[in-house]
Write a protein that binds this ligand. Structure first.
Ligand SMILES: NC(=O)C1=CN([C@@H]2O[C@H](COP(=O)(O)OP(=O)(O)OC[C@H]3O[C@@H](n4cnc5c(N)ncnc54)[C@H](OP(=O)(O)O)[C@@H]3O)[C@@H](O)[C@H]2O)C=CC1
Ligand SMILES: CC(C)=CCC[C@@H](C)[C@H]1CC=C2C3=C(CC[C@@]21C)[C@@]1(C)CC[C@H](O)C(C)(C)[C@@H]1CC3
Length: 629
């Protein structure tokens, strides 16, 4: 009441006005409940019961609007787009729900073709869900409809969707000006963001969570079933090719096939012993009860897993252990001279682990399976990973393998290469090139471990199952191909002038800054969308209850973190010079990997977020490189 008496307050308690739905151009009829003079926010209630806080600029007098019938807005274009839209099932079924919360479709009287397109677009925006109980109240009256809706939603992983499409109104050119406070008033007490609260599963959600993953499975990628066979054979063969190439004086693609060693040369029991010891040592560090217990993102079941994020401690202890071993006279150049055998041993471990993972996934409950690795085809699911988060008690195999033995092993191998260079070239200290490669990659790994919690919001952890692709990637690909630049420098010295060093360091730092800032921004937002530090960012709400960042780093390109990563990759290759293609292998591979990952992520997000994702893509036009790609 205190605030309502102030002269600057435009709307009074109880006034019916039009309120903009956050992140869109849609205006709905709302009732003003309160005004907070401190924050200058109005608390309003929409007809479906959603309470939000809005700024005055996002509210308008109802008299300035004219109504528009739904049928008029359904242009042929719209029908086309509907039939293409992955959100169509949800949209149609939920439009019936919307009947309960209908207001008339209205426009502000501005008519232009641009506006029609925008209206068409905005009508497709699916809005944030109501709390389950409320949604059930609104939607649950007609049992027949509810049943039908369940069936229609079978292929949609989104939670209950509530749509107010009939009440769409578009106003103003600045569709996402300012961030909206999406916290409901009753949540203010615990100040928890809507999306990080454990979900109260409604009947439908419980059914979705328990549904066999096969019925929800996403389209196959990596060339599908045939592709899986190809990658299962090609990836190990390619690693072998690279490892044999880097040993040659003149590594070149034209040396194909490179001279193959005898079969016995691959096997070394001691090398296998070292690999197993290293993995066990890392496992021991992982289970130490030190460091934070971080929560992962909610699973389909609504549950959140806990992860021990003590990676920085693990790399610190590992460094001390390695330093002590060197001090005790352990010759780390063994890693250089037995590279092939160590690779073969790690490959063996990765294959055995993948078989174990596949077998155990056969006994896993539906809700524990990855949607992307549940095709029903053995080779594909073995490759892509059938179970999402395989765990032995609290020990998370995917998280451990991705962040520990291979990643920390990468630094150990690089360090061994620096020692091997000094030995082979008769140097008192490693070359500038070797130092740069070592420091750059060490920074990358240590940063990843320092920010270990951020991995929990990456694709691998959230969506990909744990199978051969990641087991092999983590235990073989990362430690034995990401180290090729250091390996190459052992016998292919490349002199760098100081200005060249300065230029490469600058490039690395720029890349690192973009990479770190963008990853941290997304991670912080996913963890707490109401974080005051992010209040300057603009968002697009989606039907799943999660929002998409549309400004800040994620408003520059759709994958700013990939851009930073690519700049860093360039800085890792430059110290090796231009004599051979081999040290540029990582750069080339990484472009392919990230372009493919971006495409995978795009289709996954389109499936998840429907038209909200399309809206994001229209606003943020470029994928990785501003104005180029
Ligand atoms: N060195 C290496 O070998 C590799 C390094 N990487 C690096 O790992 C990091 C993680 O990469 P990756 O897991 O591929 O992808 P991202 O960390 O970019 O994660 C993609 C997910 O982020 C969410 N998202 C996308 N756009 C937005 C937005 N606008 N607002 C909010 N959330 C959004 C979506 O998930 P949701 O909405 O479900 O939360 C999407 O599925 C990157 O820095 C990458 O460069 C990756 C692969 C290999
Ligand atoms: C060809 C093939 C077998 C591909 C498998 C891909 C994996 C090698 C990569 C998938 C995502 C990865 C990430 C990292 C390493 C490579 C893999 C496993 C990462 C741990 C490197 C360090 C970073 O700081 C990171 C934590 C962001 C990153 C996460 C993704």
């Amino acid at each position: 009441m205190r605030s309502m008496k102030m002269p600057t307050v435009r709307y009074q308690n109880g006034d019916m006005v039009m309120g903009r739905w956050p992140g869109s151009n849609l205006y709905y009829e709302v009732k003003v409940l309160d005004f907070d003079a401190k924050s200058s926010l109005y608390t309003v209630i929409y007809k479906d019961g959603t309470e939000l806080e809005l700024k005055e600029q996002d509210m308008k007098n109802a008299s300035g609007f004219q109504t528009r019938s739904r049928s008029r807005s359904r242009s042929p274009g719209r029908r086309r787009s509907q039939s293409r839209s992955p959100a169509r099932t949800t949209r149609r079924s939920s439009s019936r729900m919307a009947a309960a919360v209908t207001t008339a479709a209205i426009t502000d009287g501005v008519t232009s073709s641009r506006k029609d397109t925008r209206l068409k677009d905005s009508l497709e925006i699916r809005l944030s869900p109501l709390p389950q109980t409320k949604a059930a109240e609104n939607n649950g009256n007609n049992k027949h409809e509810k049943k039908e809706e369940k069936q229609k939603d079978e292929n949609n992983t989104a939670n209950t969707v509530n749509e107010k499409s009939e009440a769409a109104v578009e106003v103003g050119p600045d569709k996402t000006q300012g961030r909206y406070n999406l916290r409901r008033r009753k949540d203010d007490g615990d100040a928890k963001p809507v999306e990080t609260k454990p979900k109260q599963l409604g009947e439908k959600d419980a059914k979705l969570a328990a549904a066999p993953a096969a019925s929800l499975a996403t389209p196959l990628d990596f060339g599908g079933k045939i592709g899986a066979y190809f990658w299962l054979l090609f990836l190990p063969a390619w690693v072998l090719f690279l490892v044999l190439q880097v040993n040659l004086e003149d590594p070149s693609l034209t040396n194909f096939p490179p001279p193959l060693p005898a079969l016995e040369a691959f096997w070394d029991a001691q090398a296998l012993g070292f690999v197993i010891l290293w993995i066990l040592f890392q496992a021991l560090l992982y289970i130490l009860p030190v460091g934070k217990l971080s929560e992962g993102v909610p699973l389909r079941s609504g549950k959140k897993l806990k992860y021990r994020t003590n990676g920085f401690c693990a790399v610190a202890v590992s460094s001390l252990a390695v330093a002590a071993a060197v001090h005790q006279g352990v010759d780390l150049t063994y890693i250089h001279s037995h590279f092939l055998q160590l690779t073969a041993a790690s490959f063996l471990v990765a294959v055995l682990l993948s078989v174990y993972l596949y077998v155990r996934s056969q006994y896993a409950a539906g809700e524990q399976l990855a949607l992307g690795g549940s095709s029903g085809n053995v080779a594909y699911d073995f490759f892509k990973g059938h179970e999402l988060n395989p765990r032995i008690k609290e020990f998370d195999l995917k998280f451990f393998c991705e962040m520990r033995p291979g990643l920390i092993g990468w630094c150990l191998i690089n360090f061994a290469m620096a020692l091997a260079e000094m030995k082979q070239q008769g140097l008192d200290a490693p070359s500038y090139s070797m130092i740069l490669v070592n420091l750059f990659q060490l920074l990358y790994v240590v940063d990843g471990l320092w920010n270990e919690e951020a991995i929990l919001t990456t694709m691998d952890l959230m969506h990909d199952g744990f199978g051969f692709m990641l087991a092999f990637g983590d235990l073989v690909w990362v430690p034995f191909t990401y180290t090729l630049q250091a390996y190459y420098l052992v016998s292919h010295p490349n002199h760098l002038s100081l200005p060249a060093v300065a230029a490469i360091v600058t490039l690395k730092l720029v890349g690192f800054y973009i990479f770190r800032k963008s990853n941290s921004e997304k991670n912080a937002f996913r963890r707490n969308p109401s974080d005051p530090k992010l209040s300057h960012l603009q968002i697009i709400p989606t039907a799943t209850g999660k929002s998409l960042l549309v400004s800040g780093w994620w408003g520059v390109v759709r994958h700013p973190n990939y851009l930073g990563d690519l700049l860093m990759a360039l800085a890792w290759s430059l110290p090796c010079g231009f004599s051979h293609l081999l040290p540029w292998y990582y750069m080339i591979y990484f472009i392919i990997l990230l372009v493919h990952r971006d495409a995978r992520d795009m289709s996954e997000c389109r499936r998840k977020y429907g038209s909200a994702w399309d809206e994001y893509c229209r606003t943020v036009r470029y994928r990785i490189i501003p104005r180029v790609y």
